[in-house]
Design a protein. Structure first.
Length: 258
């Protein structure tokens, strides 16, 4: 494919310590990497490992508090705005040292549907704040939809919800993060969306579906999707963010064919 392939080091090569995953990605032909939450390591040691391996770190996430443990996260509740802004400052500090292109802001889990409108408005305000903040370092803000089967309480699950948020944020430094796996789980028209919304997408990730495994482990026509991405107005990288099975051929054999 024409777009560069990068590896998500939070999900790939997890049999190795983080600082050794950069060279593993390079050995397997990836030109760059992304890290979901890099904050357990110093930014400088991560940058040194990336430089030594000759790969670029393209994306990180803003710290999300207790989100991945089923909590509210930091970005959707007014009473957590101070914590959210501190998290953005830390992400920007890391992003500056790591020279990333994008920083992703996850939404939160909604514990009461009656709170949805207020949470949505708070998230939109916070995305505008982060987009403006990251602009100071030339870093683009991204945000994503996550399917409501894997994360039932997540604020933004469908493409239409993500697009509506994008339109309401209306900031030139904000774009959608399109995860092919999550959209497949939601039954979205992936081919149409990749073809027609490339100019509004800041970052693309993929895994096969079902199972969220490597290409070829599920039913998705990922090769066709890659061709659509290459022909679209999307100009960024495409990130492999899938679950590995500790089997060399099943996890990485597809790279020989791509």
């Amino acid at each position: 494919m024409d777009n560069q392939l990068i590896a998500n080091l939070s999900m790939l090569y997890t049999d190795r310590p983080m600082l050794e995953r950069f060279s593993a990605a390079a050995e397997y032909g990836f030109s760059g990497v992304e890290i979901q939450f890099p904050y357990d390591w110093s930014a400088h040691e991560l940058k040194e490992a990336a430089d030594k391996a000759g790969v670029r770190i393209h994306l990180i996430n803003v710290p999300a508090g207790d989100l991945l443990q089923g909590g509210r996260g930091l970005s959707c509740y007014d009473e957590q705005q101070d914590d959210f802004r501190k998290a953005c400052a830390l992400a920007l500090q890391y992003g500056s040292v790591l020279a990333v292109e994008k920083i992703n802001v996850l939404a939160g889990n909604i514990d009461n549907t009656s709170h949805r409108k207020a949470c949505l408005n708070c998230y939109i305000d916070n995305l505008r704040y982060a987009a403006e903040l990251f602009l100071s370092e030339g870093i683009t803000l991204s945000f994503e939809a996550i399917n409501n089967l894997d994360m039932p309480g997540y604020l933004c699950s469908s493409f239409d919800e993500m697009l509506a948020i994008f339109q309401k944020v209306a900031h030139p430094n904000a774009g959608m993060q399109y995860d092919i796996y999550h959209m497949a789980r939601m039954g979205e028209d992936i081919a149409h969306q990749l073809e027609y919304y490339g100019d509004k997408i800041a970052h693309i990730q993929f895994a096969d579906c079902p199972g969220r495994g490597a290409p070829g482990s599920g039913d998705l026509p990922l090769g066709e999707y890659f061709q659509l991405i290459a022909a679209s107005d999307y100009m960024g990288v495409v990130a492999a963010e899938y679950k590995t099975q500790d089997n060399e051929n099943r996890d990485y054999g597809w790279l020989i064919l791509s």
